[in-house]
Design a protein around this ligand. Structure first.
Ligand code: SF4
Ligand code: SF4
Length: 78
């Protein structure tokens, strides 16, 4: 089964600096321009499937705003 990952973004700490979106090797992250954090920044989100849980984004984040999870993809309906 393919390895699948996902992230959780702490909107309390994300400052929309875009470092993680440029570092993501899968190019699945972007700023969510439809939303604002309590501090007024656009928070990061996953805009596509393909996150592998590599954690590069969490390593480069200067605010420690990202938590990365990784596991085997479970097919729906099985
Ligand atoms: S864990 Fe890796 S693939 Fe997933 S969003 Fe972060 S940098 Fe991209
Ligand atoms: S690197 Fe961290 S603070 Fe910057 S946009 Fe990504 S999650 Fe937000």
């Amino acid at each position: 089964m393919p390895v699948s990952g996902w992230i959780e973004v702490s909107e309390k700490y994300c400052k929309g600096c875009d470092l993680c979106t440029h570092a993501c090797p899968q190019n699945v992250m972007s700023l969510d321009l439809a939303r604002l954090t309590p501090k007024g920044y656009h928070p990061v989100h996953l805009h596509a499937e393909g996150c592998t849980g590599c954690a590069v984004c969490a390593v480069v984040c200067p605010e420690a705003a990202l938590t990365v999870f990784r596991g085997e993809k479970i097919m729906a309906g099985v």
